[in-house]
Design a protein around this ligand. Structure first.
Ligand code: AMP
Length: 605
Protein backbone atom coordinates (compact mmCIF):
# COMPACT_ATOMS: atom_id res chain seq x y z
CA UNK A 1 0.00 0.00 0.00
CA UNK A 2 1.19 3.51 -0.82
CA UNK A 3 2.70 5.60 1.96
CA UNK A 4 1.48 8.81 0.36
CA UNK A 5 0.08 11.29 2.87
CA UNK A 6 -0.75 14.80 1.72
CA UNK A 7 -0.55 17.98 3.79
CA UNK A 8 -3.43 20.38 3.25
CA UNK A 9 -3.95 24.01 4.22
CA UNK A 10 -7.72 24.40 4.06
CA UNK A 11 -7.74 28.20 4.14
CA UNK A 12 -10.40 30.89 4.37
CA UNK A 13 -9.32 32.54 1.11
CA UNK A 14 -7.09 29.96 -0.59
CA UNK A 15 -6.25 26.30 -0.05
CA UNK A 16 -3.16 24.31 -1.01
CA UNK A 17 -1.97 20.71 -1.01
CA UNK A 18 1.64 19.59 -0.45
CA UNK A 19 3.37 16.22 -0.53
CA UNK A 20 6.82 14.68 -0.55
CA UNK A 21 7.99 14.26 -4.12
CA UNK A 22 11.35 14.45 -5.89
CA UNK A 23 13.23 14.36 -2.60
CA UNK A 24 11.43 17.24 -0.92
CA UNK A 25 8.10 18.60 0.23
CA UNK A 26 6.42 20.59 -2.54
CA UNK A 27 3.13 22.35 -3.03
CA UNK A 28 1.33 20.70 -5.93
CA UNK A 29 -1.01 22.14 -8.49
CA UNK A 30 -1.36 23.72 -11.88
CA UNK A 31 -0.01 27.17 -12.71
CA UNK A 32 2.54 29.26 -10.90
CA UNK A 33 0.63 30.00 -7.74
CA UNK A 34 -0.60 26.49 -6.91
CA UNK A 35 -3.31 28.07 -4.80
CA UNK A 36 -6.95 27.08 -5.06
CA UNK A 37 -9.36 29.89 -4.16
CA UNK A 38 -11.60 28.47 -1.40
CA UNK A 39 -14.71 29.22 -3.46
CA UNK A 40 -17.50 26.95 -4.66
CA UNK A 41 -20.38 27.87 -6.95
CA UNK A 42 -22.71 26.87 -9.71
CA UNK A 43 -22.71 28.32 -13.20
CA UNK A 44 -25.91 29.54 -14.85
CA UNK A 45 -26.16 26.09 -16.47
CA UNK A 46 -25.94 24.41 -13.05
CA UNK A 47 -22.37 23.19 -13.50
CA UNK A 48 -20.35 22.88 -10.29
CA UNK A 49 -17.47 25.34 -10.12
CA UNK A 50 -14.62 25.02 -7.60
CA UNK A 51 -11.73 27.44 -7.19
CA UNK A 52 -10.82 30.12 -9.72
CA UNK A 53 -13.99 29.75 -11.82
CA UNK A 54 -16.21 30.13 -8.76
CA UNK A 55 -14.18 33.05 -7.53
CA UNK A 56 -14.47 34.78 -10.91
CA UNK A 57 -18.24 34.77 -10.75
CA UNK A 58 -18.50 35.57 -7.04
CA UNK A 59 -18.86 39.35 -7.34
CA UNK A 60 -21.48 39.07 -10.10
CA UNK A 61 -23.45 36.09 -8.80
CA UNK A 62 -23.06 36.02 -5.03
CA UNK A 63 -26.26 33.97 -4.68
CA UNK A 64 -24.72 31.14 -6.70
CA UNK A 65 -21.30 31.29 -5.06
CA UNK A 66 -19.91 30.67 -1.59
CA UNK A 67 -16.61 31.84 -0.20
CA UNK A 68 -14.91 31.89 3.22
CA UNK A 69 -16.85 28.77 4.27
CA UNK A 70 -14.15 28.14 6.86
CA UNK A 71 -15.80 30.76 9.03
CA UNK A 72 -18.91 28.55 9.26
CA UNK A 73 -17.16 25.26 9.94
CA UNK A 74 -18.62 23.56 13.03
CA UNK A 75 -22.01 25.14 12.56
CA UNK A 76 -25.05 23.03 11.72
CA UNK A 77 -26.55 25.80 9.68
CA UNK A 78 -26.80 25.14 5.98
CA UNK A 79 -25.71 27.59 3.32
CA UNK A 80 -27.66 28.07 0.12
CA UNK A 81 -25.72 27.97 -3.13
CA UNK A 82 -27.96 28.43 -6.16
CA UNK A 83 -30.95 26.20 -5.53
CA UNK A 84 -29.26 23.76 -3.14
CA UNK A 85 -28.44 23.79 0.58
CA UNK A 86 -25.12 22.55 1.93
CA UNK A 87 -23.53 21.97 5.31
CA UNK A 88 -20.21 23.85 5.68
CA UNK A 89 -18.25 20.58 5.73
CA UNK A 90 -19.88 19.57 2.45
CA UNK A 91 -18.60 22.74 0.78
CA UNK A 92 -15.15 22.18 2.31
CA UNK A 93 -15.23 18.60 1.01
CA UNK A 94 -15.63 19.90 -2.55
CA UNK A 95 -12.51 22.02 -2.07
CA UNK A 96 -10.59 19.06 -0.61
CA UNK A 97 -11.70 16.83 -3.46
CA UNK A 98 -10.37 19.33 -5.99
CA UNK A 99 -7.04 19.53 -4.12
CA UNK A 100 -6.76 15.75 -4.05
CA UNK A 101 -7.33 15.81 -7.81
CA UNK A 102 -4.49 18.32 -8.20
CA UNK A 103 -2.21 15.96 -6.27
CA UNK A 104 -3.40 13.06 -8.42
CA UNK A 105 -2.44 14.95 -11.60
CA UNK A 106 0.96 15.92 -10.20
CA UNK A 107 1.90 12.57 -8.68
CA UNK A 108 -0.07 10.10 -10.77
CA UNK A 109 -1.63 8.80 -7.57
CA UNK A 110 -4.58 10.10 -5.57
CA UNK A 111 -3.79 10.60 -1.88
CA UNK A 112 -6.00 8.56 0.46
CA UNK A 113 -4.70 10.14 3.66
CA UNK A 114 -4.10 13.71 4.71
CA UNK A 115 -2.92 16.04 7.44
CA UNK A 116 -5.22 19.08 7.46
CA UNK A 117 -4.44 22.34 9.23
CA UNK A 118 -6.83 24.44 11.31
CA UNK A 119 -6.41 27.65 13.32
CA UNK A 120 -5.14 27.09 16.86
CA UNK A 121 -8.37 28.49 18.27
CA UNK A 122 -10.66 26.04 16.42
CA UNK A 123 -13.06 24.29 18.81
CA UNK A 124 -13.67 20.54 18.89
CA UNK A 125 -16.80 21.01 16.78
CA UNK A 126 -14.81 22.90 14.16
CA UNK A 127 -12.06 20.27 14.16
CA UNK A 128 -14.62 17.49 13.83
CA UNK A 129 -16.29 19.26 10.94
CA UNK A 130 -12.85 19.46 9.26
CA UNK A 131 -12.34 15.71 9.76
CA UNK A 132 -15.77 15.09 8.33
CA UNK A 133 -15.00 17.25 5.30
CA UNK A 134 -11.92 15.08 4.71
CA UNK A 135 -13.96 11.88 4.97
CA UNK A 136 -16.57 13.23 2.55
CA UNK A 137 -13.77 13.95 0.09
CA UNK A 138 -12.47 10.39 0.43
CA UNK A 139 -9.51 11.33 2.62
CA UNK A 140 -8.62 9.73 5.92
CA UNK A 141 -7.54 12.63 8.12
CA UNK A 142 -4.57 11.20 9.99
CA UNK A 143 -3.86 14.40 11.90
CA UNK A 144 -5.47 17.79 12.46
CA UNK A 145 -2.55 20.18 12.78
CA UNK A 146 -2.59 23.70 14.21
CA UNK A 147 -1.63 26.30 11.61
CA UNK A 148 1.08 27.97 13.74
CA UNK A 149 2.63 24.54 14.29
CA UNK A 150 2.63 23.92 10.56
CA UNK A 151 4.30 27.28 9.91
CA UNK A 152 7.03 26.57 12.45
CA UNK A 153 7.63 23.13 10.93
CA UNK A 154 8.01 24.70 7.49
CA UNK A 155 10.66 26.99 8.91
CA UNK A 156 12.54 24.07 10.43
CA UNK A 157 11.68 24.78 14.06
CA UNK A 158 10.44 21.24 14.55
CA UNK A 159 13.89 19.85 15.27
CA UNK A 160 14.87 18.38 18.65
CA UNK A 161 15.63 21.64 20.47
CA UNK A 162 13.17 24.02 22.06
CA UNK A 163 12.25 27.25 20.26
CA UNK A 164 9.87 30.08 20.95
CA UNK A 165 8.51 31.79 17.87
CA UNK A 166 5.89 34.39 17.09
CA UNK A 167 3.74 33.61 14.09
CA UNK A 168 2.03 36.55 12.41
CA UNK A 169 -0.59 35.29 9.98
CA UNK A 170 -2.43 37.83 7.83
CA UNK A 171 -4.48 36.24 5.06
CA UNK A 172 -7.34 37.47 2.90
CA UNK A 173 -9.98 37.70 5.60
CA UNK A 174 -8.41 36.71 8.90
CA UNK A 175 -5.57 37.75 11.13
CA UNK A 176 -3.96 35.61 13.83
CA UNK A 177 -0.88 36.03 15.91
CA UNK A 178 0.42 33.21 18.08
CA UNK A 179 3.34 32.82 20.42
CA UNK A 180 4.35 29.17 20.44
CA UNK A 181 7.08 26.97 21.81
CA UNK A 182 8.11 24.16 19.54
CA UNK A 183 10.08 21.08 20.43
CA UNK A 184 10.14 18.31 17.87
CA UNK A 185 6.55 17.66 16.84
CA UNK A 186 5.21 19.07 20.08
CA UNK A 187 3.97 22.63 19.97
CA UNK A 188 2.47 24.59 22.79
CA UNK A 189 0.51 27.71 21.94
CA UNK A 190 1.38 30.09 24.78
CA UNK A 191 -0.96 32.83 23.64
CA UNK A 192 -2.87 33.88 20.59
CA UNK A 193 -4.85 36.88 19.46
CA UNK A 194 -6.36 38.10 16.27
CA UNK A 195 -9.28 39.39 14.35
CA UNK A 196 -11.22 36.96 12.19
CA UNK A 197 -12.64 39.84 10.17
CA UNK A 198 -9.41 41.51 9.12
CA UNK A 199 -7.23 40.76 6.12
CA UNK A 200 -6.16 41.64 2.62
CA UNK A 201 -9.81 41.94 1.52
CA UNK A 202 -10.04 45.07 3.68
CA UNK A 203 -7.01 46.51 1.88
CA UNK A 204 -8.77 45.78 -1.43
CA UNK A 205 -11.88 47.56 -0.18
CA UNK A 206 -9.97 50.71 0.73
CA UNK A 207 -8.19 50.81 -2.60
CA UNK A 208 -11.37 50.02 -4.57
CA UNK A 209 -13.23 52.81 -2.75
CA UNK A 210 -10.43 55.16 -3.75
CA UNK A 211 -10.75 54.02 -7.40
CA UNK A 212 -14.53 54.35 -7.34
CA UNK A 213 -14.26 57.86 -5.91
CA UNK A 214 -11.70 58.78 -8.58
CA UNK A 215 -13.94 57.44 -11.35
CA UNK A 216 -16.87 59.37 -9.96
CA UNK A 217 -14.76 62.52 -9.88
CA UNK A 218 -13.44 62.02 -13.43
CA UNK A 219 -16.60 60.71 -15.09
CA UNK A 220 -19.49 61.56 -12.80
CA UNK A 221 -20.60 57.94 -12.41
CA UNK A 222 -20.71 56.10 -9.09
CA UNK A 223 -20.10 52.45 -9.97
CA UNK A 224 -20.94 51.40 -6.42
CA UNK A 225 -24.61 52.02 -7.18
CA UNK A 226 -26.32 49.95 -9.86
CA UNK A 227 -23.22 48.91 -11.83
CA UNK A 228 -22.41 45.43 -10.49
CA UNK A 229 -20.14 44.43 -13.38
CA UNK A 230 -18.13 47.64 -13.21
CA UNK A 231 -17.95 47.37 -9.45
CA UNK A 232 -16.65 43.80 -9.70
CA UNK A 233 -14.01 44.94 -12.18
CA UNK A 234 -12.91 47.73 -9.89
CA UNK A 235 -12.46 45.34 -6.97
CA UNK A 236 -10.43 43.04 -9.20
CA UNK A 237 -8.28 45.92 -10.36
CA UNK A 238 -7.81 47.00 -6.75
CA UNK A 239 -6.56 43.59 -5.68
CA UNK A 240 -4.15 43.38 -8.62
CA UNK A 241 -2.89 46.90 -7.91
CA UNK A 242 -2.46 46.06 -4.23
CA UNK A 243 -0.31 43.05 -5.07
CA UNK A 244 1.86 45.11 -7.42
CA UNK A 245 2.33 47.79 -4.78
CA UNK A 246 4.09 45.20 -2.63
CA UNK A 247 6.96 45.30 -5.12
CA UNK A 248 6.60 48.58 -7.00
CA UNK A 249 6.53 52.19 -5.79
CA UNK A 250 3.68 53.09 -8.20
CA UNK A 251 0.93 51.33 -10.01
CA UNK A 252 -1.02 52.55 -13.02
CA UNK A 253 -4.58 51.33 -13.17
CA UNK A 254 -6.38 51.52 -16.48
CA UNK A 255 -9.80 50.02 -16.93
CA UNK A 256 -11.11 50.43 -20.46
CA UNK A 257 -14.81 51.15 -20.89
CA UNK A 258 -15.60 50.61 -17.24
CA UNK A 259 -19.03 52.05 -17.89
CA UNK A 260 -20.71 52.99 -21.18
CA UNK A 261 -22.86 56.09 -21.13
CA UNK A 262 -24.85 57.34 -24.13
CA UNK A 263 -22.83 54.87 -26.25
CA UNK A 264 -19.62 56.49 -25.04
CA UNK A 265 -17.14 54.23 -23.22
CA UNK A 266 -15.83 55.78 -20.02
CA UNK A 267 -12.35 54.67 -18.96
CA UNK A 268 -10.68 54.85 -15.61
CA UNK A 269 -7.05 55.85 -15.51
CA UNK A 270 -5.28 56.55 -12.28
CA UNK A 271 -1.87 56.18 -10.72
CA UNK A 272 -1.50 55.25 -7.07
CA UNK A 273 1.76 55.45 -5.17
CA UNK A 274 2.81 53.03 -2.50
CA UNK A 275 3.01 55.96 -0.10
CA UNK A 276 -0.63 56.83 -0.67
CA UNK A 277 -1.69 53.21 -0.39
CA UNK A 278 0.29 52.67 2.81
CA UNK A 279 -1.31 55.75 4.35
CA UNK A 280 -4.72 54.15 3.64
CA UNK A 281 -3.98 50.79 5.20
CA UNK A 282 -1.72 51.96 8.01
CA UNK A 283 -4.45 52.07 10.70
CA UNK A 284 -5.41 48.47 9.87
CA UNK A 285 -1.84 47.24 10.01
CA UNK A 286 -1.29 49.16 13.23
CA UNK A 287 -4.31 47.45 14.76
CA UNK A 288 -2.58 44.10 14.22
CA UNK A 289 0.37 45.34 16.25
CA UNK A 290 -1.91 45.73 19.26
CA UNK A 291 -2.72 42.04 18.96
CA UNK A 292 0.99 41.27 18.73
CA UNK A 293 1.74 43.08 21.96
CA UNK A 294 -1.27 41.49 23.68
CA UNK A 295 -0.14 38.01 22.60
CA UNK A 296 3.37 38.71 23.86
CA UNK A 297 2.01 40.04 27.14
CA UNK A 298 -0.30 37.07 27.64
CA UNK A 299 2.54 34.67 26.98
CA UNK A 300 4.74 36.49 29.51
CA UNK A 301 7.41 36.95 26.83
CA UNK A 302 9.27 39.89 25.38
CA UNK A 303 10.19 40.29 21.71
CA UNK A 304 13.79 39.51 22.65
CA UNK A 305 12.70 36.06 23.93
CA UNK A 306 11.58 35.09 20.42
CA UNK A 307 13.84 32.92 18.28
CA UNK A 308 12.05 34.37 15.26
CA UNK A 309 8.98 36.12 13.95
CA UNK A 310 7.51 34.15 11.07
CA UNK A 311 5.32 35.78 8.44
CA UNK A 312 2.46 33.69 7.14
CA UNK A 313 -0.44 34.54 4.80
CA UNK A 314 -0.47 36.34 1.46
CA UNK A 315 -1.05 39.78 2.93
CA UNK A 316 2.27 39.72 4.79
CA UNK A 317 3.88 40.40 1.42
CA UNK A 318 2.81 44.00 2.01
CA UNK A 319 6.10 45.75 2.92
CA UNK A 320 4.39 47.94 5.53
CA UNK A 321 3.60 44.81 7.54
CA UNK A 322 7.21 43.78 8.01
CA UNK A 323 8.48 47.32 8.48
CA UNK A 324 5.94 48.15 11.22
CA UNK A 325 6.53 44.79 12.89
CA UNK A 326 10.24 45.42 12.85
CA UNK A 327 9.75 48.89 14.32
CA UNK A 328 7.53 47.51 17.06
CA UNK A 329 9.61 44.49 18.04
CA UNK A 330 13.13 45.31 16.92
CA UNK A 331 13.27 41.92 15.17
CA UNK A 332 13.43 41.35 11.44
CA UNK A 333 10.55 39.03 10.56
CA UNK A 334 11.38 35.95 8.50
CA UNK A 335 9.65 35.52 5.21
CA UNK A 336 11.98 33.14 3.46
CA UNK A 337 9.29 30.50 3.03
CA UNK A 338 6.56 31.74 0.65
CA UNK A 339 4.09 33.22 3.13
CA UNK A 340 1.00 31.91 1.39
CA UNK A 341 2.42 28.39 1.09
CA UNK A 342 4.13 28.08 4.48
CA UNK A 343 1.20 26.39 6.25
CA UNK A 344 0.67 23.88 3.44
CA UNK A 345 4.40 23.15 3.33
CA UNK A 346 4.45 22.63 7.11
CA UNK A 347 1.48 20.28 6.80
CA UNK A 348 3.50 18.50 4.11
CA UNK A 349 6.46 18.17 6.48
CA UNK A 350 4.22 16.61 9.14
CA UNK A 351 2.56 14.34 6.57
CA UNK A 352 5.96 13.16 5.33
CA UNK A 353 7.11 12.43 8.88
CA UNK A 354 3.95 10.45 9.55
CA UNK A 355 4.69 8.51 6.38
CA UNK A 356 8.06 7.62 7.85
CA UNK A 357 10.35 10.14 6.17
CA UNK A 358 12.92 12.14 8.11
CA UNK A 359 12.03 15.58 6.77
CA UNK A 360 13.07 18.43 9.01
CA UNK A 361 12.18 21.47 6.94
CA UNK A 362 11.23 22.61 3.47
CA UNK A 363 13.67 23.71 0.84
CA UNK A 364 13.06 27.09 -0.69
CA UNK A 365 15.35 28.90 -3.09
CA UNK A 366 16.17 32.25 -1.57
CA UNK A 367 18.67 34.93 -2.38
CA UNK A 368 21.54 34.52 0.08
CA UNK A 369 22.60 38.14 -0.50
CA UNK A 370 21.06 41.58 -0.51
CA UNK A 371 21.48 43.82 -3.56
CA UNK A 372 20.99 47.54 -3.96
CA UNK A 373 22.43 50.73 -5.41
CA UNK A 374 24.32 53.60 -3.80
CA UNK A 375 22.79 57.05 -3.58
CA UNK A 376 23.45 60.48 -2.22
CA UNK A 377 21.88 60.74 1.17
CA UNK A 378 22.47 61.98 4.68
CA UNK A 379 24.85 60.17 6.97
CA UNK A 380 25.59 61.36 10.48
CA UNK A 381 23.90 64.61 9.55
CA UNK A 382 25.98 65.21 6.42
CA UNK A 383 25.45 64.41 2.76
CA UNK A 384 27.21 61.27 1.65
CA UNK A 385 27.37 59.84 -1.88
CA UNK A 386 27.70 56.22 -0.92
CA UNK A 387 24.58 55.71 1.15
CA UNK A 388 23.08 52.29 0.59
CA UNK A 389 19.87 50.44 1.31
CA UNK A 390 19.09 47.03 -0.22
CA UNK A 391 16.41 46.83 -2.90
CA UNK A 392 16.48 43.02 -2.81
CA UNK A 393 16.78 41.71 0.74
CA UNK A 394 18.59 38.48 1.45
CA UNK A 395 16.49 35.44 2.32
CA UNK A 396 13.69 36.47 -0.04
CA UNK A 397 12.30 33.58 -2.13
CA UNK A 398 13.28 33.52 -5.81
CA UNK A 399 12.47 34.53 -8.48
CA UNK A 400 11.66 38.09 -7.55
CA UNK A 401 11.41 41.64 -8.87
CA UNK A 402 11.65 44.76 -6.74
CA UNK A 403 11.58 48.43 -7.69
CA UNK A 404 12.53 51.49 -5.65
CA UNK A 405 12.35 55.19 -6.55
CA UNK A 406 15.28 57.62 -6.54
CA UNK A 407 15.70 61.27 -7.46
CA UNK A 408 18.34 63.07 -9.44
CA UNK A 409 20.43 65.20 -7.15
CA UNK A 410 20.79 68.44 -9.06
CA UNK A 411 18.91 70.58 -11.55
CA UNK A 412 19.23 69.78 -15.24
CA UNK A 413 20.93 66.49 -14.47
CA UNK A 414 20.71 64.45 -17.65
CA UNK A 415 22.69 61.42 -16.59
CA UNK A 416 22.85 59.17 -13.62
CA UNK A 417 25.53 56.70 -12.59
CA UNK A 418 24.11 53.53 -11.11
CA UNK A 419 26.45 51.50 -8.92
CA UNK A 420 25.10 48.08 -8.00
CA UNK A 421 26.30 46.50 -4.76
CA UNK A 422 25.92 43.18 -2.99
CA UNK A 423 25.72 43.46 0.77
CA UNK A 424 23.86 44.93 3.72
CA UNK A 425 26.09 47.69 5.06
CA UNK A 426 24.52 51.13 4.89
CA UNK A 427 27.86 52.40 3.64
CA UNK A 428 27.97 51.19 0.04
CA UNK A 429 31.76 51.22 0.04
CA UNK A 430 31.77 48.45 2.60
CA UNK A 431 29.72 46.25 0.28
CA UNK A 432 30.85 44.55 -2.93
CA UNK A 433 30.45 46.40 -6.22
CA UNK A 434 28.95 43.93 -8.71
CA UNK A 435 28.22 46.22 -11.63
CA UNK A 436 27.71 49.78 -12.76
CA UNK A 437 26.24 51.69 -15.65
CA UNK A 438 25.23 55.14 -16.71
CA UNK A 439 21.86 56.21 -18.04
CA UNK A 440 22.12 59.28 -20.27
CA UNK A 441 19.77 61.58 -22.13
CA UNK A 442 17.40 62.14 -19.23
CA UNK A 443 14.99 65.06 -19.40
CA UNK A 444 16.71 68.28 -18.37
CA UNK A 445 14.54 69.85 -15.72
CA UNK A 446 14.70 72.27 -12.85
CA UNK A 447 13.09 69.94 -10.33
CA UNK A 448 14.21 66.54 -9.23
CA UNK A 449 13.63 63.86 -11.84
CA UNK A 450 12.35 60.54 -10.60
CA UNK A 451 14.33 57.47 -11.60
CA UNK A 452 13.06 53.99 -10.80
CA UNK A 453 15.58 51.28 -10.14
CA UNK A 454 14.21 47.82 -10.90
CA UNK A 455 16.01 44.64 -9.92
CA UNK A 456 15.06 41.15 -11.05
CA UNK A 457 16.81 38.09 -9.69
CA UNK A 458 16.02 34.62 -10.97
CA UNK A 459 16.73 31.09 -9.80
CA UNK A 460 19.80 30.84 -12.04
CA UNK A 461 21.41 33.77 -10.26
CA UNK A 462 20.92 36.21 -13.12
CA UNK A 463 20.44 39.71 -11.75
CA UNK A 464 18.99 42.34 -14.07
CA UNK A 465 19.16 45.94 -12.99
CA UNK A 466 17.30 48.66 -14.85
CA UNK A 467 17.11 52.40 -14.36
CA UNK A 468 13.92 53.90 -15.74
CA UNK A 469 13.07 57.59 -16.03
CA UNK A 470 9.56 57.56 -14.63
CA UNK A 471 8.16 60.46 -16.66
CA UNK A 472 9.27 59.10 -20.08
CA UNK A 473 9.89 55.39 -19.56
CA UNK A 474 13.40 55.79 -20.99
CA UNK A 475 15.51 53.03 -19.55
CA UNK A 476 18.84 51.32 -19.50
CA UNK A 477 19.71 48.00 -17.94
CA UNK A 478 22.53 45.62 -17.25
CA UNK A 479 22.64 41.91 -16.60
CA UNK A 480 24.88 40.42 -13.96
CA UNK A 481 25.42 36.67 -14.21
CA UNK A 482 26.25 34.48 -11.23
CA UNK A 483 24.91 37.02 -8.75
CA UNK A 484 24.23 34.25 -6.23
CA UNK A 485 27.75 32.85 -6.24
CA UNK A 486 30.06 33.95 -3.42
CA UNK A 487 32.55 36.49 -4.72
CA UNK A 488 36.23 35.55 -4.86
CA UNK A 489 38.93 37.80 -3.41
CA UNK A 490 39.85 38.77 -6.99
CA UNK A 491 36.30 39.80 -7.81
CA UNK A 492 36.08 41.88 -4.64
CA UNK A 493 39.39 43.52 -5.50
CA UNK A 494 38.19 44.16 -9.06
CA UNK A 495 35.06 45.86 -7.67
CA UNK A 496 37.19 48.01 -5.46
CA UNK A 497 39.47 48.95 -8.35
CA UNK A 498 36.47 49.79 -10.48
CA UNK A 499 35.10 52.14 -7.82
CA UNK A 500 38.52 53.77 -7.63
CA UNK A 501 38.51 54.29 -11.42
CA UNK A 502 35.00 55.67 -11.40
CA UNK A 503 35.86 58.23 -8.79
CA UNK A 504 39.20 59.09 -10.34
CA UNK A 505 37.40 60.07 -13.52
CA UNK A 506 35.35 62.38 -11.33
CA UNK A 507 38.56 63.88 -9.98
CA UNK A 508 38.18 62.24 -6.59
CA UNK A 509 40.12 59.75 -4.57
CA UNK A 510 38.74 56.82 -2.65
CA UNK A 511 41.85 55.58 -0.86
CA UNK A 512 40.99 52.78 1.51
CA UNK A 513 37.36 53.36 0.81
CA UNK A 514 36.53 49.74 1.49
CA UNK A 515 37.74 49.88 5.02
CA UNK A 516 36.01 52.92 6.28
CA UNK A 517 34.21 55.86 4.81
CA UNK A 518 36.11 58.21 7.11
CA UNK A 519 39.24 57.40 5.19
CA UNK A 520 37.82 59.09 2.13
CA UNK A 521 39.99 61.90 0.88
CA UNK A 522 37.73 63.75 -1.47
CA UNK A 523 39.04 67.06 -2.59
CA UNK A 524 36.59 68.05 -5.21
CA UNK A 525 33.32 69.60 -4.33
CA UNK A 526 30.86 70.20 -7.06
CA UNK A 527 29.42 73.25 -5.52
CA UNK A 528 26.68 73.33 -8.13
CA UNK A 529 25.24 70.07 -6.88
CA UNK A 530 21.66 70.40 -5.87
CA UNK A 531 21.16 68.32 -2.80
CA UNK A 532 17.66 67.18 -2.15
CA UNK A 533 16.22 65.76 0.98
CA UNK A 534 16.36 62.05 1.76
CA UNK A 535 15.41 59.37 0.99
CA UNK A 536 15.56 58.23 -2.56
CA UNK A 537 18.15 59.39 -4.96
CA UNK A 538 20.78 58.17 -7.31
CA UNK A 539 24.11 59.76 -6.53
CA UNK A 540 25.06 62.26 -9.20
CA UNK A 541 28.58 62.66 -10.43
CA UNK A 542 30.44 65.30 -8.50
CA UNK A 543 28.28 65.71 -5.43
CA UNK A 544 30.29 63.52 -3.14
CA UNK A 545 32.74 65.85 -1.59
CA UNK A 546 30.51 68.03 0.59
CA UNK A 547 30.61 65.63 3.46
CA UNK A 548 34.36 65.34 3.56
CA UNK A 549 34.68 69.10 3.20
CA UNK A 550 32.53 69.64 6.27
CA UNK A 551 34.32 66.91 8.16
CA UNK A 552 37.71 68.31 7.31
CA UNK A 553 36.57 71.73 8.43
CA UNK A 554 35.24 70.39 11.75
CA UNK A 555 38.53 68.62 12.37
CA UNK A 556 40.41 71.85 11.82
CA UNK A 557 38.16 74.02 14.02
CA UNK A 558 40.37 73.54 17.08
CA UNK A 559 43.39 74.79 15.18
CA UNK A 560 41.71 77.91 13.81
CA UNK A 561 41.97 81.43 15.10
CA UNK A 562 38.80 82.64 16.77
CA UNK A 563 37.75 84.74 13.78
CA UNK A 564 38.24 81.91 11.27
CA UNK A 565 36.47 79.51 13.56
CA UNK A 566 33.47 81.79 13.74
CA UNK A 567 33.43 82.14 9.97
CA UNK A 568 33.77 78.37 9.46
CA UNK A 569 30.88 77.64 11.84
CA UNK A 570 28.81 80.25 10.07
CA UNK A 571 29.59 78.60 6.71
CA UNK A 572 28.71 75.12 8.06
CA UNK A 573 25.31 76.49 8.97
CA UNK A 574 24.88 78.17 5.60
CA UNK A 575 25.74 74.91 3.79
CA UNK A 576 23.28 72.94 5.88
CA UNK A 577 20.53 75.50 5.38
CA UNK A 578 21.19 75.61 1.65
CA UNK A 579 20.94 71.84 1.48
CA UNK A 580 17.73 71.75 3.45
CA UNK A 581 16.13 74.47 1.33
CA UNK A 582 17.54 73.04 -1.88
CA UNK A 583 19.19 76.32 -2.74
CA UNK A 584 21.89 75.48 -5.27
CA UNK A 585 23.28 79.02 -5.58
CA UNK A 586 23.65 79.49 -1.82
CA UNK A 587 25.25 76.05 -1.53
CA UNK A 588 27.74 76.92 -4.22
CA UNK A 589 28.64 80.19 -2.56
CA UNK A 590 28.99 78.79 0.97
CA UNK A 591 30.94 75.68 0.04
CA UNK A 592 33.24 77.74 -2.20
CA UNK A 593 33.93 80.13 0.68
CA UNK A 594 34.57 77.25 3.09
CA UNK A 595 37.01 75.66 0.67
CA UNK A 596 38.90 78.91 0.39
CA UNK A 597 39.00 79.29 4.14
CA UNK A 598 40.29 75.74 4.61
CA UNK A 599 42.90 76.23 1.94
CA UNK A 600 44.09 79.23 3.86
CA UNK A 601 43.93 77.52 7.26
CA UNK A 602 45.64 74.35 6.06
CA UNK A 603 48.29 76.30 4.21
CA UNK A 604 49.01 78.31 7.31
CA UNK A 605 49.18 75.42 9.76
P1 AMP B 1 -4.02 33.75 1.99
O1 AMP B 1 -5.30 33.75 2.78
O2 AMP B 1 -2.81 33.48 2.78
O3 AMP B 1 -4.09 32.95 0.73
O4 AMP B 1 -3.84 35.29 1.52
C1 AMP B 1 -4.69 35.84 0.59
C2 AMP B 1 -4.54 37.34 0.63
O5 AMP B 1 -3.20 37.70 0.33
C3 AMP B 1 -5.42 38.03 -0.37
O6 AMP B 1 -6.03 39.17 0.22
C4 AMP B 1 -4.44 38.45 -1.44
O7 AMP B 1 -4.89 39.58 -2.16
C5 AMP B 1 -3.23 38.76 -0.59
N1 AMP B 1 -2.00 38.81 -1.38
C6 AMP B 1 -1.53 37.87 -2.23
N2 AMP B 1 -0.39 38.30 -2.81
C7 AMP B 1 -0.14 39.54 -2.30
C8 AMP B 1 0.88 40.51 -2.50
N3 AMP B 1 1.86 40.33 -3.39
N4 AMP B 1 0.82 41.68 -1.80
C9 AMP B 1 -0.17 41.90 -0.92
N5 AMP B 1 -1.17 41.02 -0.71
C10 AMP B 1 -1.17 39.86 -1.37
Amino acid sequence: MSDLIAGIDLGTTNSEIAAFTGGQVRVLGPGDTRMLPSCVGFSAAGELLVGEAARNQQALYPERTVRSIKRQMGSEEKVRVGSKDFLPQEISALILRELAEWAHCALGERPQKAVITVPAYFSDAQRNATREAGALAGLEVVRILNEPTAASLAYGYGDGSRHTVLIYDLGGGTFDVSVVTVEGDITEVLASHGNNRLGGDDFDDLLAERLAAEFEKQRGVDVREGHPAAKARLWWAAEEAKKKLSFEPYVKIREEALVTRLFRPLHLEVEISRDEYEAMIRPLVESTLDSVSKALQDSGKKPGDMDAILLVGGSTRTPLVSSLLMEATGLEPRQDVHPDLAVALGAGVMASRLAGRAVDRVLVDVSPYSFGVSYLGMRDGYPYSHCYKPIIRRNTPLPLTRTEPYLTSHSHQTEVDVHVYQGDDEDALKNILVGDFRIEGLTSMEDANEILCRMRLDLDGILEVAAVEKRTGKSKHIRIDNALRAKSAEEIAAGRKRIQELYETRGEMVDDAWETAEDLEEDVVDAGARVIEMPARVGAAGDAGLESLLERSRRLLAKMHAEDREEAIDLHEKIETAMASRDAAALQEASGALKELLFFVEGGS
